[in-house]
Design a protein around this ligand. Sequence first.
Ligand code: HEM
Length: 296
Amino acid sequence: MELAGRPNVADYFPLLKWFDPQGLRRKTQFHVNKAFDIVGAFLKERIEKRQNEGGGMKKEKDYLDVLLEYGEVDSGCFQKFSSTAINVVVFEMFTAGTDTTTSTLEWAMAELLKNQKLLEKVQHEIRSVIAQGNKITEKDIDNLPYLKAVINETLRLHPPLPFLVPHMAMKSCNMFQYDIPKETQVLVNVWAIGRDPNAWKDPLEFKPERFVESNTRLDYKGQHFEYLPFGSGRRMCHAVPLVSRVLPLALGSVLHSFDWALPDGIRAEALDMRERMGITLRKQIALKAIPMALKA
Ligand code: HEM
């Protein structure tokens, strides 16, 4: 992820592409190969296990089982995925899904620890819906509008992919009064769009309320152009249904089960919120937070 986010001089002088002057392509390829070997080992192990179990038609399947079984039922219509295809898909899920989700959770916790009142408000909502000792489940999420609003607001101020993923114009076109020649690389600055004072009131303030009160029912499905943390159109993030469950479950669980404090010596209002630029937008200084057991 670090190498993918590093500025590459060859993007500005395409002639240099073949020389790979900073060695970025070479170094990235080294790590990609390593990751492929790791995924390849999972895959081999699972295929062997399924063969030993005799077809592996077990009741509980995970993602890898589904990929391996794809096409087995109706071989007339589908071809099975090759090992290489599965390897690529699993690799892509890890690379696209890891930093994005963890960065959102880290920023959400940081914003809440910085705004104790909001932290109390969201914890109050969660704890009044889910009794102490119980766990949050997917079906609880719809009853937690403020928790969802905290996540929405985090994605507005801290979109994990601030420039989306680079796009390329397939043909010359004119969009929003800009002439875009064929094969131009286009970066969409959703970070700036989310902070645009023409679109947002008090744009720099962390106010989850705006998503609860909003009459427009703003969402991140790619149709509201002032709010595009997952992009828009046919290359937008296809994990939105997964992420809209995983983020509230993960954040809700830690907020439900523990009280939280900053380490000694760090005042909430002085919490460092600087960003570190890369392909994903991380906190420059990793958040440290202390979980405290709830009193029975
Ligand atoms: C908070 C979490 C996430 C955010 C904010 C996010 C955001 C995005 C964005 C902005 C794009 C590019 C859209 C564009 O350029 O128009 C993208 C693409 C993608 N995302 Fe996500 N993502 C998240 C989580 C995930 C997860 C968990 C997975 C997989 C399990 C995933 C898989 C992908 C893939 C495979 C693509 C490439 C799609 C394509 O090029 O067709 N993302 N995501």
